[in-house]
Design a protein around this ligand. Structure first.
Ligand SMILES: [Zn+2]
Ligand SMILES: [Zn+2]
Length: 261
């Protein structure tokens, strides 16, 4: 059974480490309004321990010219991450690499393979949804269905892959945060939560953040994660954590033997 807890409880405990799992930068996402370095500074100031940079990939709202040769495309694509990482190293923020794959509006957060892997695997560029899962799974990466129930003109149909995805983003702060200026509809999160529970899938929370407008979503763990592989393992193994949806005073406690307490 889902249990609501005050976000303040999560945030005020000094044992809590907050991670942003869904973040865009202006270097690589056409819709983002801050650079990787600006994102790192703002997240550090807001109390985050770490962030995963998940810019829109070639099939989504990428800011990188799709006509570029593959290597040049990846080199430009990773700039937002590299700038965030450089600044994060300087100010004490963990910065991890990921991306948000897009298939006609159906989107997935991909964690695991790095930019070198991308350069060596041009076949990911035109992979189908199913081929993507095969390629990322071969690298022990994690594929999270981002905001599976969002409805927008850019998403012609809700498509679900319960037998393929590793996890479901059940809290997307753009849906639930009062500060959000797009996609505001908390029911999208409620549907995602019910979907994950129905299929027994691990859950994630992210802000889908494109600027400093809203800095209050993500996953709050009871320890500092060591690296991206540690985050992947924590999600996969359903390590107890708070899932923050950005709404005032609410978070979901995830984890435990049943997946959710
Ligand atoms: Zn975007
Ligand atoms: Zn996104």
């Amino acid at each position: 059974m889902a249990r609501r807890k005050g976000a303040d409880n999560a945030m005020n405990s000094n044992r809590i480490h907050l991670y942003e799992t869904h973040l865009h930068t202006a270097e690589a996402s056409a819709c983002a309004r801050w650079t990787g370095a600006e994102a790192a500074r703002a997240c550090r100031a807001a109390g985050y321990t770490g962030i995963v940079v998940t810019d829109h990939f070639v099939g989504g709202n990428t800011g990188i010219d799709r006509s570029l040769p593959w290597i040049a495309w990846v080199n430009a694509f990773e700039k937002g991450y590299l700038h965030a990482k450089q600044e994060g190293d300087r100010i004490g923020l963990q910065v991890f690499f990921g991306w948000e794959a897009g298939y006609k509006g159906t989107e997935f957060l991909v964690y695991g393979p790095d930019a070198d892997w991308l350069r060596a695997h041009p076949e990911i560029r035109d992979a189908t949804v199913e081929e993507q899962f095969r390629l990322i799974r071969a690298e022990s990466g994690l594929v999270v269905h981002a905001h599976p129930f969002r409805e927008e003109p850019y998403i012609p149909a809700i498509r679900l892959f319960p037998d393929l995805v590793d996890a479901v983003e059940v809290c997307n702060a753009t849906h639930s945060s009062p500060k959000s200026v797009s996609h505001n509809q908390p029911s999208y999160d409620r549907l995602a939560l019910a979907y994950a529970q129905r299929h027994g899938l691990p859950m994630t929370a992210g802000s889908d953040i494109h600027s400093s407008l809203m800095l209050d979503g993500g996953m709050a763990f009871h320890r500092r994660l060591t690296d991206l592989q540690d985050l992947i393992r924590a999600i996969r193994e359903r390590e107890p954590c708070f899932l923050l949806d950005g709404s005032t005073g609410s978070s979901l406690l995830s984890g435990g033997p049943a997946g959710i307490e």
